[in-house]
Design a protein. Structure first.
Length: 368
């Protein structure tokens, strides 16, 4: 029995040594694994990053801010006969969205489609496909103008539309104006307006399918013109703004925001009486033609001009500038769809179009 404790201690010591040995082997294996993993990761980091494939470049450019144009491979191509142009215009206005054959027939023939309408539509589609993809091999599926169920679509991944660039420039202009960079805003707005070559969808503007887009794009264009004039005022170019706004208000006398900008520009140009005349003429016109009163900001501006409020003066300093309501809509994938005009002047001057003239002046809260 006396030897039993000794044997037990020896056994425990042997077990402990085995555990220590196993632990050492495990630690060595772990260190080896960690070393290999670090070496593998270092090797991965030293390799050049995998090249991410670039998205496909647009194969076709469409221009609809004026007469309809198509540019294929850098070359201007003829969209064809009037009905074919109207079809192309409809598809461009819905770029990235399928348009059902029934809808196309209804809109191209204004509800009076002849028995040959489907055959004619198929011929137009075939002509457009040859025009848009002249190098496409026979029996290969089209890439630009695709069949989609019982309809057709222009694939937005390979198509570029001038409206997209116009919208991007307009948004950049508003952002510059918001960020206190009026000259940058002027540059962006001018670049946006330079894309216009005439009325949108000029030769097919009366076609049923594009009328909503024509109205929305015109409203967006007018808002950008007003934004440019607001940026000119914020930059201190009062005389230039007066010349621009006088012509604008003559053409669009019921746009209250334009009248506000013109009145402020005249006041800053030292023409207080003319500034008041603009506001009062607008007030009479609204009452006579539409039976409505001017919005409160016009009345406030009139009072501030009468009081020669210091807040109306221009002072050169960075400031965020108020802007008219930006048109917006659900079709973000194609282009921002501005809200179409309503039957009254309020379409151009919604409640969102509040103009804190102190922001334009950069002098703090409005006086009066």
């Amino acid at each position: 029995m006396a030897d039993d404790p000794a044997r037990a201690d020896a056994w425990r010591m042997a077990e402990l040594e085995r555990e220590v040995s196993q632990l050492r082997r495990s630690n060595e294996a772990l260190r080896e694994y960690v070393a290999q993993e670090l070496e593998r990761r270092d090797d991965e980091l030293s390799r050049p990053a995998p090249r991410i494939p670039e998205p496909p470049r647009p194969l076709v450019e469409f221009r609809v801010l004026g007469p309809i144009e198509a540019v294929v491979g850098g070359r201007l191509v003829d969209p064809g006969a009037p009905k074919q142009r109207a079809l192309l215009a409809l598809l461009v206005s819905k770029v990235g969205e399928p348009v059902a054959v029934d809808v196309i027939v209804e809109e191209l023939w204004a509800g009076k489609a002849p028995p040959s309408a489907i055959a004619s539509l198929q011929a137009y589609v075939a002509n457009l496909r040859r025009m848009l993809e002249p190098g496409r091999a026979p029996r290969t599926p089209p890439v630009v103008l695709r069949t989609y169920g019982r309809g057709y679509l222009l694939d937005g991944r390979v198509v570029e539309v001038d409206v997209h660039r116009f919208s991007e420039r307009a948004v950049a202009g508003w952002q510059a104006l918001d960020g206190g960079d009026p000259q940058g805003a002027v540059d962006e707005f001018e670049a946006a307006l330079a894309l216009w070559r005439g009325p949108a969808y000029a030769e097919v503007a009366d076609a049923l399918g594009v009328r909503p887009d024509v109205a929305r794009l015109e409203e967006l264009r007018l808002s950008v013109v007003e934004g440019r004039c607001a940026a000119l005022l914020a930059a201190g170019a009062h005389e230039v703004a007066v010349a621009e706004l006088e012509a604008f208000v003559r053409a669009h006398p019921l746009r209250e925001y334009g009248c506000e900008l013109l009145s402020l520009a005249l006041y800053r140009a030292g023409r207080q009486a003319d500034a008041l005349t603009v506001l009062r003429t607008n007030q009479r016109r609204l009452a006579k033609e539409l039976g409505i009163d001017p919005r409160p900001s016009l009345r406030l501006l009139e009072k501030q001009i009468l009081d020669q409020a210091p807040s109306l003066r221009w002072r050169e300093r960075p400031t965020a500038v108020a802007k008219p309501a930006r048109p917006r809509g659900p079709r973000v994938a194609a282009w921002p769809a501005p809200a179409g005009p309503e039957p009254s002047a309020r379409a151009a001057d919604t409640a969102e179009r509040r103009v804190p003239w102190a922001a334009l002046a950069g002098t703090g809260p409005a006086a009066g």
